[in-house]
Ligand binder design. Structure first.
Ligand code: KG4
Ligand code: ZN
Length: 338
């Protein structure tokens, strides 16, 4: 017999629901919200309305796909924050009501902790190698960029963070400057594949300690485009792949330089990446390369656990369940990281 958990992730623009059996995932569904595409970014009010429409059918389908009945569930987990308030409210209210109706505990999960703990999702064979404590995790998403010293499941210390934009934001702004649709990260990654990463030299930040900055890099990219467009109106079209490759190379270099420094300073060689930008092909290959060169044990999530998903909420909830860490019915969402 295992612990069955239903988990809901609704912090931003995707409604995701997972069902887990201990730390294994039986179902993990994501309803993408296409409505934001025409606006070039997430519109919070439209996101919460779409969550309201999606949540019941996605929960229903996830339970059916997991081949269990709702009576089998031991707990219901939801993302409490950080994220968009209206979006979080939908998942929080549904999670509380569903658990209350079933007379089982509710479990509140932190989205950033969950990105990190996705590394503890076990595969079907039950033989996946998981990070050993303490390990370092570079958490890179649309709203956050952090190096986290993970001492235990729920004992984490942020030892470096961005002082302005997040890495995902840097990718999305790159796409916007180039006139590409939102979200730009995956598209920049694809276009960069056949570009020259050294075609354009961009100014890299000189930030102290383990902190990051991306706003100077973005400005240098913006000025490059502005100056070149004055000389040639077709500059972006003619150089699209090289522009994507050069900017991607710079963003990933900022990230990996700090990760190397963090490993040297802490003496920790267990290195993980997590969050939407961990889906980036260059970051993934660079990490493997450094793993070999520097003797790191590296942990790279499968693509479906890199970007937002409820499987990571489910596995985090499983470890909370084992500790008896249940949510109060009065728990309210939080929008900023704790
Ligand atoms: O973790 P996530 O799915 O949502 C947040 O919690 O923010 O991260 C989304 C971010 C977006 O900025 C998106 O452009 C970026 O991750 N992203 C990528 C790639 N896939 C998603 N950035 C670069 N390369 C990718 N392949
Ligand atoms: Zn996320």
């Amino acid at each position: 017999m295992c612990v069955f958990i239903l988990a809901i992730e609704s912090s931003c623009d995707d409604t995701s629901v997972a069902v887990s059996c201990d730390n294994k995932i039986l179902a993990n569904l994501i309803a993408n919200q296409e409505v934001h595409r025409q606006y070039g970014g997430v519109v919070p009010e439209l996101a919460s309305r779409a969550h309201q429409q999606n949540i019941v059918p996605v929960v229903d389908l996830a339970i059916r796909n997991a081949n269990i009945s709702k009576k089998d569930l031991h707990a219901v987990a939801y993302t409490r924050g950080p994220g968009l308030l209206g979006s979080l409210l939908v998942g929080t209210a549904f999670g509380k009501a569903f658990s209350y109706g079933l007379k089982i505990p509710a479990i509140a999960v932190d989205h950033l902790q969950a990105h990190i703990l996705c590394h503890f999702i076990q595969n079907e064979q039950g033989n996946k190698k998981m990070p050993a404590f303490p390990f370092l995790c570079l958490t890179v998403s649309g709203g956050h960029t952090q190096i986290v010293l993970v001492k235990d499941f729920f004992d984490m210390e942020v030892i470096g963070k961005t002082i302005d934009d997040a890495a995902g934001e840097a990718f999305d702004k790159t796409a916007k400057i180039l006139g590409l649709p939102y979200p730009g990260g995956p598209l920049v990654d694809t276009l960069a594949k056949i570009g020259n990463p050294h075609a354009f030299k961009l100014s890299l930040p000189k930030i102290q300690a383990l902190d990051f900055s991306f706003s100077g890099l973005k400005t240098s990219f913006l000025y490059l485009i502005r100056d070149q467009l004055r000389k040639d109106a077709g500059f972006v079209d003619k150089n699209l792949n090289d522009l994507c490759a050069s900017m991607q190379y710079s963003i990933i270099k900022v990230l990996t330089d700090k990760l190397i420094r963090a490993s040297k300073e802490t003496g920790i060689n267990e290195i993980a990446i997590a969050g939407g930008v961990s889906a980036n092909s260059l970051l993934r290959s660079e990490l493997l390369k450094y793993g070999k060169d520097l003797g790191w044990s590296t942990y790279i999530p499968p693509l479906e656990h890199s970007t937002d998903n409820a499987a990571m909420i489910a596995v985090t909830a499983f470890y909370k369940y084992k500790q008896g860490d249940f949510a109060d019915i009065n728990a309210v969402p939080y929008t900023r990281s704790k």
